[in-house]
Design a protein around this ligand. Sequence first.
Ligand code: AP5
Ligand code: MG
Length: 240
Amino acid sequence: MRLVLVGPPGAGKGTQAQFIAEHCGIPKISTGDIFRANVTEGTPLGVQAKAFMDRGDLVPDDVTIEMVRNRLAEPDALEGFLLDGFPRTVPQAQVLDDILLSTAQTRLDVVLELVVDDDEVIRRLSGRRTCRSCNHIWHVDFDPPKVEGVCDIDAGELYQREDDKSETVANRLEVYALSTAPLVAFYAEQGLLVGLDATGPVDDVTQRAIDALRPFEHEQAVRQAAAVAAAPGAQPTSPG
Ligand code: AP5
Ligand code: MG
């Protein structure tokens, strides 16, 4: 399964990406997480990205695209992936199409759009906490850990993201409307877009996402079976 999650900041992309990727048995590739890891490690990429991220602006396409191209070439992503936070502009989406065609003669299976309104986004981002070691996402009210400030999963320290300050959130929402929302129309035209109501409890949204993906998983299983049957040396199935 080759899947993209799209939606405004705080829609729950990272939260759902964890569960959906596990359900589908594919790696979760989050450009935001990769940038933040590089910022923490102080790599040249992190130094370059930090100023853009702190303002809530997009990191320039050339930097982002190169990073994703390299990540998609890693062995675990060759048979499928879930992209969280990429593409975020129509040019990024066009390059992604080119990468998939040129490296694997394939295309995306589906783009899931997580739909929530701006007020909910602000409520979600103002209480978000993220684990420093495993990146698991919590919320102080909607999805709190058992012990305040400590991740239930690996006891890592929880922190608040720099770009969750209210002025930065406002800019991120503007950037989304200007640069990323056009992607929704771009994917709708390609027949790849599935809109998902991302309100309500986390588990309910996950279940809705899994239900929405079922037809695509079925299509993929049919394609894989056909490829196996067509492979040289495959045993012909006897009729009837
Ligand atoms: P990125 O990290 O991708 O940030 P984002 O798109 O702004 O999205 P968020 O991570 O803020 O929100 P989310 O949708 O993942 O929500 P979450 O699951 O955490 O990017 C950061 C920066 O990196 C960008 O601003 C840019 O500078 C740069 N960047 C990244 N990709 C780029 C690209 N392709 N091109 C250029 N630049 C790029 O949930 C939010 C909160 O809500 C959590 O606390 C969670 O617990 C809670 N929550 C989730 N679901 C629910 C629910 N159903 N009910 C109640 N609470 C919920
Ligand atoms: Mg995220």
